[in-house]
Design a protein around this ligand. Structure first.
Ligand SMILES: [Zn+2]
Length: 260
């Protein structure tokens, strides 16, 4: 014992050093045995601490390795599942799409949200319900149980029909968006009926304001209080606004198609 002083630093190390020097000059003291015991006890615990820290470092490395391993396997699993779901889903023609599909929608802005013909959107995500049957399973229905047009969130493949059919002489107070369609998606010639739709880009035309955005928070604000959000944006309404909307939403669509 008695060699523990080397491991101490700072004030305690200086004190131990001074104690050893005094011990050499003065000879044995009453406290020697107790001091040796405490010094040895500290040294013992210090070794245990070092060992524990070494184990933590090893566990850290193992944990990081496991995170990487899990991520790699999850990527393989996702590819595998997308492949199986796409192949078998196509065989069963159940319309469930593993990849989001993109479509366009138009809403009329009113005081409480974005009026989408049948329901008002107050948030940027809409989940379809079957208003005709009230049945929640396998929405949108593709077996004709809720009529010729059927339930689901509607979206068109092209922008032009939206402008032509729904805008008429309206010059403001509407919003046009790019929506990502997920879950069960039934494809028709000119559009889709989806189980779930999320607005990923929105162009809104107010009395004297215009806003185009892909920011989820700004889209949410526009759904929540369209006219207020549009006034806050303060953007002047450009002339030839339909062309502007078309360029913006088409660019958003092309970029997203490039991602997948
Ligand atoms: Zn239905």
């Amino acid at each position: 014992m008695g060699q523990g002083g080397a491991e101490q630093s700072g004030r305690l190390g200086e004190l131990l050093q001074r104690y050893r020097e005094l011990q050499e000059e003065f000879g044995p003291m009453d406290e020697d045995a107790l001091i040796d015991k405490v010094v040895a006890s500290v040294a013992h615990r210090r070794r245990r601490l070092e060992s524990a820290l070494a184990q933590i470092a090893e566990l850290d490395i193992e944990a990081q390795w496991l995170v990487d391993e899990i991520s790699g396997r999850e990527q393989s699993l996702e590819l595998l599942l997308v492949d199986v779901v796409r192949r078998v889903g196509r065989m069963l023609e159940d319309g469930w799409s593993p990849d989001p599909l993109l479509g366009f929608r138009l809403w009329i802005m009113n005081g409480s949200g974005l009026d989408g013909a049948k329901v008002t959107w107050r948030t940027r995500v809409m989940t379809a319900t079957c208003l005709t049957t009230g049945e929640a399973d396998s929405v949108p229905h593709s077996d004709g149980r809720c009529g010729r047009l059927g339930c689901g969130v509607y979206a068109t493949k092209e922008l032009d029909p939206l402008f032509a059919q729904h805008l008429n002489a309206r010059s403001h107070g509407y919003a046009v968006g790019l929506v990502e369609l997920t879950g069960k998606v039934v494809e028709h010639e000119h559009g889709f009926r989806a189980e779930r739709a999320e607005i990923v880009a929105l162009a809104a035309v107010g009395v004297d304001g215009y806003l185009e955005t892909e920011d989820p928070d700004e889209v949410a604000d526009l759904c929540d209080a369209p006219e207020a959000a549009l006034r806050l944006s303060g953007g002047l309404r450009p002339s030839g606004v339909l062309g502007r909307i078309e360029r913006f939403l088409t660019a958003c669509q092309e970029r997203r198609l490039g991602w997948t």
